[in-house]
Design a protein around this ligand. Structure first.
Ligand code: FAD
Length: 397
């Protein structure tokens, strides 16, 4: 647990951040580095595994179908390196990443074209070249690949610890096991927790799957859907195939078996000899009751993954050796929410990271920091605005 200091009522902060996942921690880090007296509150004792930011691996890549994401990644890489230097530790390892698909598939084309437009270092593999270079992959049916050579694996537990340490070194205060119960807007915002009351000039809400719950009393109903994700680790069938798995690339399979959502994989890391392969979607869940699924809306994720493994990675045992869980918080278009509250400008929201937000966290933190300081971040933020949702939140205010 983080150290506690006096939590007397009415402490006035320049900024208060709710939620110490990777996004809130980076927002707090940037605010503290800008000289803001900042308090970061986390409901659970740290470290914890009940949100979205824990574990040993997340993919980092430049390849995206949309220009606005690829454009943000340059700064993200720079800021990850800056944190690594400050913390004197390594937070990632390079692996390259294969975007696997068929040339005629529009989504596959979009990745390829965005990489070309942004001059992302890349390599194209015909089906034959792919099979030669990566004998574990069985690229039948015309499946080819474009490799993002900037990609790698980030270490989330280490990253979270590093950014929280640097936040505190910059003068920030982190309190865990302290749940925000209510937010009273105003020029000075009052936040009540299970342990006390705080006041702040600006508030950043980065509460992951709990964001809707926190914002509803402020008249904002965001279309955020928490999903339970099956995180599966797979073993090679024979010992000879085993040795390849550490050198396995990251990959993203696009619509290979007509699945609605992508399938992604990472080389062996957290479990020696097991590769991580997941479906980029899951079953709706209440984040406070992660064991209870509504069977009617549950997604057959395991079956989808087994079909994929059987057809494209036949050297793997099609029964997962280890299964874990994690939470996504999805928006309807899978784009993030990075915006001010439509009525209370000093309340900024970072949410809906839809299972792909980790790699961007240093930039997202910078954007949330700038929005809360009334500065204009140098990015196209139109895709992330709350007003894009048809049921305009204004109606709910
Ligand atoms: C299985 C899996 C694989 C993923 N793979 C990738 C990947 O390869 N690449 C990538 O870029 N991204 C990936 N992601 C997505 C990425 O991990 C998430 O986008 C990111 O971690 C979201 O961070 P967050 O801070 O928004 O949420 P969280 O980590 O959930 O943080 C929110 C925090 O707010 C706290 N909180 C909530 N309510 C309150 C309250 N009332 N008071 C105080 N605290 C509160 C919560 O306890 C929580 O700690 C993956 C996610 C999962 C689950």
């Amino acid at each position: 647990m983080a150290a506690r200091e006096n939590s007397s009522p009415s402490c006035l902060y320049d900024a208060l951040v709710v939620g110490a996942g990777i996004q809130g921690s980076f927002a707090a880090y940037h605010l503290a580095k800008r000289g803001q007296k900042t308090l970061l509150l986390e409901q659970f004792p740290l470290p914890h595994t009940r949100g979205s930011s824990h574990g040993q691996s997340r993919i980092i890549r430049s390849a995206y179908p949309q220009d606005y994401y690829t454009a943000m990644m340059k700064e993200a890489y720079r800021l990850w390196a800056e944190l690594e230097a400050e913390a004197n530790t390594s937070l990632q390892r390079p692996t390259t990443m294969l975007i696997l698909g068929r040339q005629e598939t529009p989504a596959f084309q979009s990745y390829w074209q965005t990489m070309q437009r942004h001059h992302v270092p890349s390599e194209v593999f015909t089906p034959q070249a792919l099979a030669r270079k990566y004998p574990d992959i069985h690229p039948h049916g015309g499946v080819m690949a474009v490799a993002d050579l900037t990609a790698g694996v980030l270490f989330p537990d280490k990253a979270l610890r590093a950014v929280q340490d640097q936040f505190q070194r910059s003068g920030g205060t982190l309190r865990d096991a302290e749940k925000v119960l209510s937010i009273l807007p105003g020029n000075v915002i009052t936040v009540t927790t299970n342990r006390g009351e705080y006041q702040a000039k600006r508030l950043v809400v980065t509460a992951g799957a709990w964001t809707s719950h926190l914002l509803a009393p402020l008249g904002l109903r965001l279309p955020l859907q928490p999903l339970r994700i099956q995180v599966c680790y797979w073993r090679a069938k024979g010992p000879s195939a085993h040795s390849h798995l550490e050198k396995f690339p990251c990959f993203l399979g696009i619509n290979l078996n007509q699945e609605v959502h992508d399938i992604y994989g990472l080389p062996s890391g957290e479990y020696p000899g097991l590769v991580k392969i997941c479906y980029h979607h899951g079953s709706p869940v209440d984040p406070d009751k992660p064991d209870q699924l509504d069977q009617a809306s549950a997604v057959p994720d395991l079956q989808i993954l087994q079909n994929f493994v059987k057809s494209y990675l036949p050297g793997l045992d099609p029964e997962p050796a280890v299964q874990e869980r994690c939470l996504y918080t999805n928006t309807p278009d899978a784009d993030f929410i990075l915006d001010r509250h439509p009525r209370f400008r000093n309340i900024v929201i970072g949410a809906g990271f839809s299972g792909h937000g980790f790699k961007f966290a240093p930039v997202i933190g910078e954007i949330l920091c700038k929005l809360s300081l009334e500065e204009e971040p140098p990015y196209n933020l139109a895709p992330f605005q709350i007003s894009r949702f048809p049921a305009s939140p204004k109606a709910a205010l």
